[in-house]
Unconditional design. Sequence first.
Length: 287
Amino acid sequence: MTEIILETVLDAVLDSIKTLPFLFGVYLLMEFMEHKSDNKIEKLLEKAGPMGPVAGSLLGLFPQCGFSVAASNLYVGRVISVGTLMAVYIATSDEAIPIIIAHPESISVLWKLLLTKFIIAIFFGIIIDILIKLILKKNPDEKPFEEICSGCGCEHGIVRSAIRHSLGIFLAILITNLVLGFVIAFVGEETISSALMTVKPLQPVIASFVGLIPNCSASVVLTELYLKGGLTFGSLVAGLSTGAGMGLVVLFKTNTKHIKQNIFILTGLILIGILCGTAIDLIGIGV
C-alpha cells in the first residue's frame, strides 16, 4: 500500500513538473506582449482570421500536452479565438502517437489518426469561429490579456508576474494529477477498459468521456485498447478528440469570470467527439 501511494505521488509530481516550462514560457510571452507589443501582435493575429484554427490544428498534432495548456492561457488572455482553442484541443492526442510508433506493425494507423483529427479540428474550429461572429458578435470591450492580468500584480515586472501565474496553475495541475492518480491506482485501468468493451455501439460515447480525464493514462488506455482490437477506430478518435489534457483544467481555473464559455467549450468538445466517432464507425473509416 505504501509503495503504491509513493509511486502515485511521484508520478503526479513528475507529470506536473513537465508542464512548468510550458506554463512559464507562455506566461512570460504574454506578459511581454502586454507590456511591449503595443497591440502589434494582437492585430497580426486578428488579421489571420480563419487561419487561426488551421495553425491550432497543426500545433495540437504534436505529442505534447503542454500545447493545450498554452492554448488555454492564450484564449483566457484573448489572444486566440474559441475556434482556435477548440482546434488545439481536438487535434491533441497526448501519449497516443508515441504508443502507436512503439508498435511498428500498426504504424499505418498513425497517419490515419493524425489526418482524421487534423481535418476534424480545422473543420469545427472554423465553423465555431464563423458561428460566433455571426450570432454572438465580438465584444468590443473585451481587451486582450484583460482576464489573465486582472489584479495579478503585473506592475512588479513581467518575470515575477509570469512566475506567479505559473506556480498558481502548477498547483492546480498537481492536485488534479494526485487525485486522478489515486483513483486510477485503486480503481484500476482494467475497470475503465471493461466499461469500454462491454457495449460496442456506445464506445464512442464512453470513450469521449474517458478522454476528458486530464491525465496521460486516458490516452494510454484508449490507444492500447484500440491496438489490441478492443476499441473501434471511431471510438479512438472520439476519446482522443476530447482528450485536451490539462488544457481544460487550466481553462476552468483561469477563466473563472466566464463559466458559461467554459461549459460551452466543454460541451462542444464532448458533442464533437461523440458525433465524429460515431460517424467514423458507421462509415467504416479505419477498418
